[in-house]
Ligand binder design. Structure first.
Ligand code: FMN
Length: 188
């Protein structure tokens, strides 16, 4: 079976202060068949080139959105990207609206909060799956297959006291699993 063409769109407004997304990105950006993009670096003024973004979507099978979890959602450029790029007639009808049908969407997320905070009755009250439902339903409306997200919890800046903070070695372990997932991915 042919290897899928993979687009990784990284949305992080402050990569020079990142711990998690830096390690995750370095693990996957050189993989064969992967097009890796730092979308904030491309559009520091949020002026997204819609046609270019749509062309990249057309050219790939597995679309990865990688980002830190911000306010139980995403950094604002990803929302802007959705609003501009997933337009009617391209991503959904009326009009043709079928350009993304059959593609797969994988969310790859780092959170500051620990895993046990994301549950009913926990500090954040809801599971990550529940909080990601707007993304899941966006993928579904576009005819895409929503994959179980990759989530790395407890990613805080180094030197923060009093909170669970994952080590760089443990982030590397998640990064290796992320690489293996993409490397062995088959479209079903
Ligand atoms: C504006 C902002 C909002 C955040 N919101 C959340 C949140 O809702 N839940 C959470 O667990 N962490 C939250 N965090 C923590 C980030 O998710 C965490 O710092 C990031 O995932 C670490 O990844 P990085 O090392 O690549 O920056 C927030 C951080 C910022 C700056």
């Amino acid at each position: 079976m042919a290897k899928p063409r993979i687009l990784i769109n990284l949305f992080h407004p402050n990569m020079n202060r990142s711990r998690g997304n830096i390690i995750l990105s370095e693990a996957v950006r050189d993989l064969t068949g992967v097009t890796f993009r730092d979308v904030y670096a491309e559009y520091p003024d949020f002026n997204i080139t819609v046609q270019h973004e749509q062309q990249l979507l057309l050219e790939n099978d597995l679309i990865v959105t990688q980002h830190p979890f911000y306010w139980y959602s995403c950094p604002s450029l990803l929302k802007e990207w959705e609003d501009k790029v997933l337009e009617q007639g391209f991503a959904y009808p009326p009009g043709v609206g079928d350009k993304l049908n059959g593609k797969h969407w994988l969310s790859v997320i780092t959170t500051g909060g620990p895993q046990n905070a994301y549950r009913s009755g926990g500090f954040n009250n809801f599971t990550i799956s529940e909080l990601l439902r707007p993304f899941q339903q966006t993928a579904t409306l576009c005819g895409m297959k929503w994959l179980p997200p990759v989530v790395v919890h407890s990613v805080l800046p180094e030197g923060i006291e009093g909170f669970k903070n994952i080590s760089n070695d443990d982030i590397q372990q998640h990064a290796r699993a992320y690489r293996a997932l993409l490397d062995g991915y088959v479209m079903e």
